[in-house]
Write a protein that binds this ligand. Structure first.
Ligand code: BDP
Length: 328
């Protein structure tokens, strides 16, 4: 073989190898997360990215953008739906206004406790919620724990529904939450998560509601000292992917993706339990007053208009509500 021919062959072979590996290597996805460094979700999402790369031999990879650097949650949900972002960790609260089935978890007191929520999500009701999300362009891969949300404010401990009367309370963007505050006689103020600290500090709002880890990680406990354990909402979070991206994957890659997500969720749930305890300790040490509400029946009874409105808007979802209520 002539020298020239050898060179030509070598170049052709190299080009084939380069071309092949370029086409096999998919583009790096982008993942949205609202939480800061060290938060259970942040650690679990980084773990997901690591596992995905490892299990797929580098074929699938995602770069995580934490602390809401890619924008607010309602915007990020739209971006994942549109495929401008591929991955997100979303609370089902802000997803609810888009996906009626997913909104069922935002009915106050629908879950008895977190264990009840897992049983529901692992059963038929969970399937209905999953399918609901897929219809709107989002494929859920695994569930993260977000504990229970309770009220906190800068005025006084809340022990009965009337204590909320007249209070201006920040809620996530979802009519069910505005209805919930209104049903207690308060003034709901829907607002992005990132704006809550300043609004509490400057008394634009009197209070808000969240779980211990978020009350602590955001510093809200520094500016709203009364945390009252109402536990009125137990809302799961989903680690999810854009549906078109998911559907374009091979069955094998979909399996790898789900495995990585499940493993990350197991880690998140373990870290969550630890963080709930640590955050409660931290806010108490920081001067917050935590009170229990032994009898929540007044709060529960006050939620009737919220349920009535949801069922009037979604008559077809009555059976889903009952399915959850009847899940032991
Ligand atoms: C936190 C959720 C986060 C929400 C936030 C909020 O993890 O997704 O954005 O509450 O209240 O508990 O906006």
């Amino acid at each position: 073989m002539s020298y020239l021919k050898k060179i030509t062959l070598a170049i052709t072979a190299a080009a084939i190898v380069v071309g092949f590996s370029l086409s096999a290597q998919a583009k790096e996805w982008r993942g949205w997360n609202i939480h800061v460094e060290g938060y259970p979700n942040t650690i679990a999402m980084d773990k997901f990215a690591e596992l995905l790369k490892e299990k797929s031999g580098g074929k699938m990879s995602v770069k995580m953008y934490h602390a809401g650097t890619l924008g607010s949650q309602p915007d990020a949900i739209e971006q994942v739906r549109a495929g401008a972002l591929e991955i997100g960790n979303f609370n089902l609260g802000p997803l609810g206004p888009i996906v009626p089935e997913a909104n069922v978890v935002s009915l106050p007191f629908i879950f008895k406790d977190t264990e009840h929520m897992w049983r529901v999500l692992d059963g038929e009701a969970g399937e209905i919620i999953n399918k609901g999300m897929a219809k709107f362009g989002i494929v859920p891969l695994a569930w993260y724990d977000a504990g229970a949300r309770s009220f906190y404010n800068s005025i006084k401990p809340i022990t009965k529904p009337e204590d909320v009367t007249g209070m201006k309370v920040r809620v996530m963007n979802n009519d069910l939450y505005s209805g919930m505050i209104a049903a207690l006689g308060g003034n709901p103020s829907p607002m992005a998560f990132a704006e809550v600290y300043q609004s509490l500090k400057t008394n634009v709002v009197d209070g808000a509601e969240n779980n211990y880890p978020s009350y602590e990680s955001t510093g809200h406990f520094e500016v709203a000292k009364y945390y009252s354990n109402s536990q009125h909402l137990i809302i799961p979070e989903t680690l999810c992917i854009n549906a078109d991206v998911y559907n374009a994957l091979s069955a094998e890659d979909q399996k790898i993706l789900k495995e990585a997500a499940q493993e990350s969720a197991m880690l998140q749930r373990k870290l969550w339990k630890e963080r709930e305890i640590a955050s409660k300790k931290k806010v108490e040490a920081g001067g917050s007053t935590v009170n229990e509400i032994a009898d929540k029946s007044g709060f529960q009874a006050a939620m009737k208009p919220v349920y009535d409105k949801y069922l009037a808007d979604n008559p077809n979802l009555k059976s889903l509500v009952e399915m959850i209520q009847n899940t032991p």
